[in-house]
Design a protein around this ligand. Structure first.
Ligand code: FEO
Ligand code: CA
Ligand code: CA
Length: 706
């Protein structure tokens, strides 16, 4: 350890586990200091059990049969591409087959030696593995981008460079051998104290620095190439970057689609038709679709807006339900973006806030195309969205609203997925998320009377139960009393309140396994559960003041992802395995790695569940973990890697050949008292901390984890 490293400031006060107060401020605008936005009194115990639903048995895991479609299966047997009609631009057609998930047979045993918990300012992988930084903040994305110069950053410079605080990572193949690929990354938020030398306050930043921060939000698309025949990838050299693109909060135009597009709630002075939005905000997690696009969730968009106290009175409850301060009592966290663009002042443009909080779809194969915000998938603090093609051919997207006591959602498309890699099929599939049915989840319980908030397992041996998907809207038809379809889609949280959706402990990633169709939900934590007048622990959220979070498994009835009823259980209740309130599917806890605050999930081709963490409340650095979810090894969770000091593990993405694991190292060195002039982390270059994307591979060329 260098002398420089020993002098680093470590002044930050931990707020939630190891999440530093600095992360709380910049990530979500100190959301935890504000009142819980869900003040609805909808029921949270199993007091509305649907008798018919309860009588049905649990779907057995073996009954999946021909369900698995998804990326690889759907394109198998694709014929030659059909030419685009005369006069139309011929789009590139994605080669997604090679990265198919869910195709590898295996017993799911994970053979790597677990990485122990640690507080090192390094990226740590198991013996027999290697890793490399693929791209970091400030690196060239758009050809000709200037080098990162933290003293001279402007909106224009940053608009060509890799953005800040990478979160979601998607890797889409450009050829069938996996030699070249497109990396698509979210840039969730900025930390100006770690970006601009001499930072004193947001008010003291120049307007160009504010524009640089705005441009550091959004997404990046970057061409990669495989290094030799290894699992390593690197950015392709100059001259071969036809797909490289920056999508920013500063300038990129988005098209609104679906039933709420054009509604009065979405019209502003700059966009009187309510159909075109500048920028995307706080893009957190996401997913890759079977038709080769990326979905990205707009999450804590509320923190970018000021002036809610001067918004029209009838809008205030709608703004407040999304965590926007309408009282001027909790004004902390403003980034002062209104200094660069007055649309962030709700006193002047009260509808601008409603134009964020959507699921965004980006087609990385169309570098000139206009990305879209799909209103049919509802508006909330979208963590992300992950899709599966149901047996019927309808596309189902699963989604979480990452807020204490908010809800789980799913969307079922009206149209069916069209197989094949033709231009016609792709155009059809690009429209799938523009119309459909949006549902919110209501959970019921088998052992409600036994839940005391301690995490003690009920006598039937499982936290489990059944549940229903409640229809909110289908096309232009609303199922919520007193709300139009456009209103339900724009103020979806309030629609969920009205129908009595189940209040969950911060639903983050929600992802179906393409191998089984089962859905896994990361419930990250909820320190307010069961405290004061807040909702008490229930069987699906079984711990009071839940610091470590848990994983929920959801099995749709008849193995049909379009079903309106399901069974659920908790395979993992996180924490130190020595803590009796933890649960690892009954696996020997002495062989399990400690895990806290699950956030993003992914699958390898054998169907193992990979989980990254955000804010380890056990005091160690965040990491990436893996566990089988079927068979005798179910619950044998092991830590695969850890990220440097102050960082969170995001992504993750496992390529379909199982030879490469990508993760995003987000907010390294984000520890109170640190600055770019006095960094708390030197990762990755030995000077000041920079968020970056890392690829990990096995030195012997074998399958990751197995
Ligand atoms: Fe951006 Fe819910 O994590
Ligand atoms: Ca039970
Ligand atoms: Ca997240």
């Amino acid at each position: 350890m260098s002398d420089r490293r020993r002098l680093l400031p470590l002044l930050g006060a931990n707020r939630h586990g190891s999440r530093d107060s600095m992360t709380c401020l910049y990530r979500c605008g100190n959301a935890c200091d504000h009142p819980v936005p869900n003040t609805s009194d909808n029921p949270y115990l199993g007091d509305l059990v649907d008798a018919e639903v309860s009588r049905r048995g649990v779907v057995r895991a073996g009954a999946i049969g021909a369900l698995v479609l998804g990326v690889g299966g759907s394109l198998a047997g694709a014929g030659p591409a059909t030419a685009a009609p005369a006069g139309a631009a011929a789009p590139a057609l994605p080669e997604v087959e090679n990265f198919a998930a869910g195709q590898r047979a295996g017993n799911g045993a994970l053979t790597f030696k677990a990485v122990p918990p640690n507080k090192l300012d390094s990226f740590i992988v198991p013996n027999g593995y290697d890793h490399a930084v693929v791209i970091r903040w400030g690196d060239e994305v758009v050809p000709g981008a200037p080098e990162l110069d933290v003293h001279r950053q402007t909106g224009a410079r940053q608009s060509k460079q890799f953005g800040y605080n990478n979160d979601f990572v998607g890797v889409l193949p450009l050829d069938r051998k996996g030699k070249r690929a497109l990396l698509v990354v979210n840039h969730e938020y900025t930390n100006e104290e770690l970006m601009f030398p001499g930072f004193t306050s947001h008010d003291a930043l120049s307007v160009e620095q504010v524009k640089a921060a705005i441009a550091a939000h959004g997404l990046s698309v970057v061409e990669l190439e495989r290094v030799g025949d290894t699992g390593e990838y690197r950015v392709v050299g100059k001259g071969a970057r036809r797909y490289n693109r920056r999508i920013t909060a500063l300038a990129t135009k988005f098209e609104l689609t679906g039933p709420a597009a054009g509604s009065s709630w979405l019209r502003t002075a700059a966009d009187p038709n309510g159909r075109t939005v500048i920028g995307t905000l706080n893009n957190c997690a996401g997913g890759v679709t079977p038709w080769g696009t990326v979905l990205s969730g707009e999450e804590n968009f509320n923190q970018y807006f000021v002036g809610g106290d001067a918004a029209p009175a009838d809008l205030k409850p709608k703004l407040a339900r999304y965590g926007i301060d309408t009282t001027n009592r909790y004004p902390s966290g403003s980034r002062k973006w209104e200094r660069a663009d007055e649309r962030f002042d709700l006193a002047k443009h009260p509808n601008e806030a409603h134009r964020h909080g959507w699921i965004v779809e980006v087609d990385p194969f169309d570098p000139e195309g206009r990305p879209r915000k799909h209103t049919a998938l509802g508006r909330f603090k979208h963590e992300g969205a992950n899709v599966i093609v149901a047996r019927s051919g309808h596309v189902v997207a699963y989604m979480g609203d990452d807020e204490r006591f908010d809800y789980l959602y799913k969307f079922v498309s009206d149209k069916k997925y069209m197989k094949g890699n033709s231009w016609v099929a792709r155009q059809h599939n690009l429209s799938l998320l523009e119309s459909g049915t949006l549902y919110v989840a209501k959970l019921e319980y088998t052992s409600a009377a036994e839940i005391d908030g301690s995490g003690k397992l009920p006598t039937d041996g499982a936290f489990d139960g059944r549940g229903r998907w409640i229809r909110l809207v289908s096309g232009n038809r609303s199922y919520v009393d007193g709300m139009t379809a456009a209103e339900v889609l724009t103020f979806t949280r309030q629609a969920g309140d009205k129908v009595g959706a189940t209040k969950m402990d911060r639903p983050e990633d929600v992802e179906p396994s393409l191998r089984t169709g089962k859905v896994y939900v990361a419930l990250t934590n909820n320190s307010n559960r069961g405290t004061g007048s807040n909702p008490k622990a229930d069987e699906a959220n079984p711990r009071t003041a839940n610091r470590h979070g848990h994983i929920l498994e959801l099995v749709e009835d008849r193995s049909d992802n379009t079903a309106e009823t399901f069974a659920w259980s908790l395979p993992i209740v996180c924490g130190d395995p020595a803590d009796p309130s933890t649960y690892f599917s009954g696996y020997d806890k002495t062989k399990v790695s400690p895990i806290s605050c699950p956030d993003n999930v992914a699958f390898d081709s054998a169907g193992n569940l990979w989980i990254s963490t955000d804010g380890n409340a056990l005091g160690s650095n965040d990491g990436l973990f893996a566990t089988p979810v079927e068979g005798p090894e179910k619950g044998h969770l092991k830590q695969f890697l850890t990220v440097p000091l102050g960082a969170e593990t995001c992504g993750p993405f496992i390529t379909g050949d199982d030879r490469s694991v990508f993760v995003a190292v987000q907010h390294p060195g984000e520890i109170g008292g640190a600055s770019i002039d006095n960094p708390a982390s030197n990762w990755p270059d030995g000077d000041f901390a920079k968020p970056g994307v890392v690829v990990t591979w096995r030195l012997d060329g074998g399958h990751i984890g197995a």
